[in-house]
Unconditional design. Sequence first.
Length: 177
Amino acid sequence: MSRRSRGFPPIAAPDARVLILGSLPGQVSLARQQYYAQPQNAFWRIMDALFEAGPGVPYDERTRRLVAHRIAVWDVCRAATRLGSLDASIEPESIVVNDFRAFFRAHPALELVCTNGGTATRLFRQRVLPRLPAASAVMRLEPLPSTSPAHAAMRFEQKLARWRAVLEPVAGRLSGS
């Protein structure tokens, strides 16, 4: 049975420079009320390599470390209906997108939007960009490989290399890795 999923508020400080967008939290994330809570999802392992904000660190501290590096995390969808956790199961007619106009107004230092996977990229391009004012619509967009375990076409090391190449020049590095 499909169920209506509601996303989380963004993890963000007003001075955020980078916004990382997923599509919609999966069932494990919804149950734990944490972004990327599925243990096989590589998001927090990548954040560990880049910002020492990995799964071994308590969730609240991980989010604080991202905020300290001016990284924001959110999803394109505020709500949608889907069966399970796969993005491919999101029912397109049920999607309600988040209020990006208000978010971009509240975060004027944003210079880069990174999408975590193909669905987040497609939804952002189709459902968000056309509704943004011209100034927001020209913000740099970097599609990144999905950290989801469903995206098995790429090894972790390949995903990490792509994420590192995009995030390090903008956000700087905390770790010596």
